[in-house]
Design a protein around this ligand. Sequence first.
Ligand code: SAM
Length: 241
Amino acid sequence: MSTIADLRTLYRLTVAPVRGRTHAERMESFYHQQAGDYDSFRERLLPGRRELVQQLPLREGAVWVDLGGGTGANLEFVRDLVPKLSKVYVVDLAPSLLEQTRQRCERNGWTNVEAIAADATRFELPIQADVVTCSYSLTMIPDWFAAVDRAIELLKPGGVFGAVDFFVSRKHPEIGYAKHSWFTRTFWPTWFAFDNVHLHPDHVRYLHRHFECRRFLEFTTRLPYMPFARVPWYLFVGRKA
Ligand SMILES: C[S@@+](CC[C@H](N)C(=O)[O-])C[C@H]1O[C@@H](n2cnc3c(N)ncnc32)[C@H](O)[C@@H]1O
């Protein structure tokens, strides 16, 4: 972590224009200048990824698909397990982030990991997965519901889906779920939308509707260099029936 690297990333997050006619072009435009600094800044920006990955049934021989997996940072949270898995697919639209995944695999000698440039809403596999994850990617996928539907298709019966992401509650959430203030429901979606990150009040309901919920937790966190307010995030683990 260095201040210069943080300043570079902050410039990309808050000032630099994101260009591109397609979603894939916009993703690469956003990420290509920050790919090398991605992990150190996101370690502080994106909470809960380690907690999510470490509670998934990633047993010997398992197949794991990480949709919107970026630099493959999630693999580090179970690094000793990775070589024992049958196959890991890190699927992303940004080639510069996938290049970081490839370098990570080379450094670690992981030969069973594939970094694949593909759209998470259309990604297909000839085999079924034991685990599919989306960490902070659903908010960046315009058709996030299609990515969840795809995850269901990719999973074998009894397979497990795990997600962690920022979100906002509905104005009137179900009883027992967090209810966020007007400020939270208005400010954060507007703020994040600048970077094409769309906080949504329907993720939580959609995930509960499509998986047997095994774990659902709601939190708030402070963002680096923004001490004045807390942004909500959730962790979800569910089983395909
Ligand atoms: C905030 S990053 C999270 C990356 C990684 N999961 C992590 O936790 O560090 C969101 C990722 O979703 C990817 N993404 C956005 N839309 C996508 C799509 N339709 N298909 C695949 N990946 C997508 C972006 O390129 C980016 O790498």
